[in-house]
Write a protein that binds this ligand. Structure first.
Ligand SMILES: CC[C@@H](C(=O)O)C(=O)SCCNC(=O)CCNC(=O)[C@H](O)C(C)(C)COP(=O)(O)OP(=O)(O)OC[C@H]1O[C@@H](n2cnc3c(N)ncnc32)[C@H](O)[C@@H]1OP(=O)(O)O
Ligand SMILES: [Co+2]
Length: 133
């Protein structure tokens, strides 16, 4: 794991949260992107070498809709940048972590992503991100 790639924050209203984070961080988001596979609309802010990813649900069965219904808005996941996602998945499996999708899926911002179940990571949903070449 090389660095924190982004912090994922579940929000109810992306437009309102874009405005809130614009004021908080003193800068505009640099992109918005829908990821249909995950049922989310995202927006990204750069903060130093890492990013804040805001996520709004686009459908009722989205993990973000479920999270907001059960908990509330707030930090949803932490994403680590990895050089080779397949090697990292094998390493984490051998260490006993519970991998949610062994086949990397399409993420936002040109990434392949894999998730680890929060019950194997002290209650924190972990995402691995590899830049697509
Ligand atoms: C935009 C694409 C991508 C990127 O490029 O960055 C993304 O970030 S997509 C983000 C959205 N996608 C995902 O979150 C995919 C991975 N998540 C999942 O597969 C599921 O959400 C889950 C983690 C397996 C939970 O699903 P499910 O079991 O159906 O939900 P429950 O509500 O029943 O929860 C079970 C259990 O897990 C706890 N939980 C759920 N979400 C989180 C979370 N984000 N952080 C911590 N804990 C979480 C939940 O509280 C339940 O716990 P118990 O009540 O103790 O059983
Ligand atoms: Co993410």
């Amino acid at each position: 794991m090389r660095k924190i790639e982004h912090l994922g924050i579940a929000v109810k209203d992306l437009k309102k949260s874009n405005e809130l984070f614009r004021k908080l961080l003193g800068k505009e988001h640099y992109k918005e992107e829908k990821v249909e596979g995950e049922g989310v609309s995202t927006s990204f802010f750069m903060v130093g070498e890492t990013k804040v990813e805001l996520l709004e649900a686009t459908r009722e069965d989205s993990p973000i809709a479920k999270f907001i219904e059960k908990k509330s808005e707030g930090i949803h996941h932490i994403a680590f940048d990895v050089e080779d996602i397949h090697t990292e998945v094998e390493r984490l499996k051998s260490e006993g972590f519970e991998i949610l999708n062994e086949t990397p899926k399409q993420g936002a911002d040109n990434k392949l992503v894999v998730f680890l179940h929060p019950r194997s990571t002290n209650g924190v949903l972990v995402e691995l991100c590899q830049e697509k070449k």
